[in-house]
Design a protein around this ligand. Structure first.
Ligand code: ZN
Length: 336
């Protein structure tokens, strides 16, 4: 790994590169952004650079003993302390141990680095202990706090840190990363990137989850046949969906992706914008039968239902209504 190999976070990378080059690192940084966008990768690269005997502007050398100890899994370098939630929260005992460890001078490197992955998951006492450390940091200490949710970080901690934002990645960046990590082809990588919300972590998890592939087939099969299913059977379908209550949001998202693909093809005819590019004939069939107007109306119906369910609307009622309306639109579009 080097700075240049980090995907999609040029601002954060430049900030740390510059701070290292000009020897102006702060004692505490708060890296904030959704899960899976590179916070931990950037924090680890900074730890590597700080432990490396021969760092270059591009990053750690990868060959010295400091680099080797950080490349081990888990890292064995004595001057890096990695903290993650124990269960759902970071516990007081973990922070008590950190307090002791951080007041020991670094043994091998110039700095002692603590990565606290879950600064938004500190209980009150653990938070106070972190605050004590941040208020009087030893001169060799660097604290890298990672959080998904800025609003859940104690304001007193926030005020002691330099905040570094990690925005969601572009679909292209996610696709490139997934392709590299899992060896997928470009089409598959684009599909998972489109569903990932800008998170490499989510895209990788979906690519490895067989339920996602099953959901993709099920949603296509429904929308493909919906113009031929009578209302009574549609209500039966919504009953079977009740079993998927927990995963209804990704289910609806997948359905939207098919509709969106069909719409893009019907409206603009641009094949390279199709996310389900490996299933082009299937997408073309939707585009031809339902047309841009029909597909746009269906997208509205599904988006609307998704929003209602997120606001805790009655599950069966919302889905019944959605399926009946989709059926109506599909049959009407077929008659045009
Ligand atoms: Zn090195």
């Amino acid at each position: 790994m080097s700075w240049a190999a980090i995907i999609g976070q040029p601002l954060a990378v430049r900030l740390f590169q510059k701070a290292v080059a000009t020897d102006s690192l702060s004692h505490a940084y708060l890296l904030v952004g959704p899960d899976g966008v590179g916070k931990r990768t950037v924090a680890m690269e900074l730890a590597r650079v700080l432990a490396c005997a021969r760092p270059t502007p591009d990053g750690a050398c990868g060959a010295c003993s400091g680099c080797a100890k950080l490349a081990a899994s888990p890292p064995t370098h004595p001057d890096l302390i990695l903290i993650q939630p124990d269960g759902r929260m970071i516990k007081t005992d973990q922070m008590r141990a950190l307090q002791t460890e951080m007041y020991v001078r670094p043994g091998e490197a110039r700095f002692r680095v603590a990565i606290i992955d879950g600064a938004d998951k500190l209980n009150a006492e653990a938070g106070n202990r972190v605050l004590k450390l941040l208020e009087e940091p030893p001169d060799y200490a660097i604290f890298l706090l990672l959080a998904e949710n800025l609003a859940s970080v104690l304001p007193t901690i926030l005020s002691r840190c330099q905040v570094v934002h990690f925005p969601p990645l572009s679909p292209e960046d996610v696709a490139a990363a997934v392709q590299r990590q899992l060896g997928l082809d470009a089409q598959q990588a684009r599909l998972f990137a489109a569903l990932s919300g800008g998170s490499i972590g989510r895209a990788v998890a979906m690519a490895q989850n067989p339920e996602v592939a099953a959901r993709r087939e099920a949603t296509y099969s429904l929308i493909d046949k919906i113009d031929a299913i009578d209302d009574f059977s549609l209500l039966g379908y919504s009953e079977t969906l009740e079993k998927e209550k927990e995963t209804i949001d990704p289910w609806l998202e997948m359905l939207l992706l098919w509709l969106r693909d069909g719409f893009v093809l019907a409206q603009a005819g641009v094949e390279r914008l199709i996310v389900n590019g490996d299933r082009l004939p299937a997408v073309r069939s939707l585009a031809n039968r339902y047309g841009a107007e029909g597909l746009a109306a269906m997208i509205d119906v599904v988006s609307d239902t998704r929003g209602r369910l997120q606001r805790n609307a009655n599950f069966r009622l919302a889905l019944d209504l959605m399926l009946i309306r989709l059926g109506e639109i599909a049959r009407h579009a077929g008659r045009l």
